[in-house]
Design a protein around this ligand. Sequence first.
Ligand code: SF4
Length: 275
Amino acid sequence: MRRLIDDGGVSEDRLPHPATGEHFASPVEPGSGWPGDPADDPGVPAGDELALLGAQISTCRRCPRLVTWREDVARGKRASFAGEPYWGRPIAGWGSPDPRVLIIGLAPAAHGANRTGRVFTGDRSGDWLFASLHRVGLANQPTSVHAADGLELIDARMVATVRCAPPQNKPTTEERDTCAPWLDAELALVSDRLEYVVALGSFGWDASLRALRSAGWEVPRPKPKFGHGAEVTLGAPHGPVTLLGSYHPSQQNTFTGKLTESMLDDVLGRAAGPG
Ligand code: SF4
């Protein structure tokens, strides 16, 4: 919707989406045609609770600091993306609605998912992650550039524990707790067939355990310790589910060699199974 007066919510500078060429404000207005926008009206079929949840998440404004940050980043942009519109909204879960593997990360990157509107898409962490997912058979292609690039997850789903990009990639404890109900709700809708949960980083590990425990799953006490390759069996209502830990594919870990491609392939390959 074109605004006659700037109301402070949406920038008037509309820029073309890198794939579709359609022009969007930054942050993107819900339902304005962005590829894969969960809040797109025709994209939310009646009775589809997961789609409804995604639409709700994608318009959430519960955390004032994060709303300000994600939208300021969307308007300000990084110089290398100055010609693109930025999503600037929360990032909904993405992938199979009925997954065997659930991958849980920390939070969207300011110039990655906060720009492209899709989890892990458009940043170096995502480059690593999707390349590995493709190698082990959980993604149909190795690259992830924008939300209209044809990438699909195979029997897998991906979520962030905190759905908005935080400053310095560090959500506060209060923001983590404020966002937790979204993960709880998503877990309740997508866990019937789950066999593996892959937690990226210790934050993802802790958030996974918290969410799975609050969903009524049997989680050992004391809390299982995070490590790369850590594995623990959890009791879900439908049967045992294996939680796997992986170092987060952040540049800090991949540049320093703390996480190598073969280490990531090892963990994701265990979740993918012999295929
Ligand atoms: Fe909403 Fe979560 Fe974003 Fe907070 S972090 S505004 S709870 S989506």
